[in-house]
Ligand binder design. Structure first.
Ligand code: GRF
Length: 209
């Protein structure tokens, strides 16, 4: 059984997709040990509690220094002894100590087809506005392992989504979530929990059983 912990910052629709997939067996061999948010008001915490999952807020604002926050976050995560950490809309820079400790054991959902529309300081809507401004016809989402670079870790799954002529950024973001994020994030967890992928030379390979 793969034990996972989920880090969130906001509404938690990706978290909900994971919870639903575990409950309806779209994800197998997996249990959710904790949900941690940096934001006390994240609705994701409510979603977790409704399903009897340990839900905690660890806010940087409660600590004098970033180092103290990072240590508290790492200590709390370590206390659960999970096999995989899932970043589901987590808007905090992940401490490099955590990334080193959990090499190829942290995954992230990213609302574009990496390596298009990446970069420091970019986030969701801005990318979609970029897509709209430049007339790009296809966008999508990516699930990747987290390494110490920005959006540079091995890619696990990607799914393309059509950009329509009259899309607003809100309409497009919703379509990317519905058609891509909520599907490929649970799918990636299921691949990992069933030993279906391996990282070889910094690339994800599917393992046939
Ligand atoms: C998603 O678009 C995700 O790709 C991005 O943040 C958003 C999180 O939404 N990084 P939610 O909290 O899962 O609803």
């Amino acid at each position: 059984m793969l034990k996972i912990g989920v880090l969130v910052s906001g509404g938690g629709t990706n978290l909900q997709a994971i919870i639903d997939a575990v409950e309806n067996n779209t994800i197998t061999n997996t249990s959710i040990s904790f949900v941690i948010s940096n934001n006390p008001n994240a609705y994701a915490l409510e979603r977790a509690r409704k399903h009897n999952i340990d839900a905690k807020c660890i806010s940087p604002k409660s600590f004098e220094t970033r180092e103290q926050f990072n240590e508290a976050l790492i200590d709390t995560i370590n206390s659960y002894h999970v096999d995989l950490i899932v970043l589901a809309g987590f808007l905090v820079i992940v401490p490099s100590k955590l990334i080193k400790q959990y090499e190829n054991k942290i995954i992230n959902i990213h609302p574009s087809l990496i390596p298009s529309f990446c970069g420091t300081g970019y986030y969701g809507l801005k990318v979609h506005e970029g897509v709209l401004e430049r007339g790009v016809k296809i966008t999508g989402a990516t699930v990747h392992f987290v390494d110490e670079g920005t959006d540079t870790g091995p890619i696990i799954l990607q799914k393309a989504v059509e950009v329509k002529d009259d899309d607003t950024s809100e309409v497009l973001q919703k379509r990317v979530m519905e058609e891509a994020e909520w599907k490929i994030l649970p799918e990636a967890i299921d691949l990992i929990s069933n030993g279906r992928i391996a990282v070889v030379n910094n690339k994800v390979k599917k393992v046939s059983l």
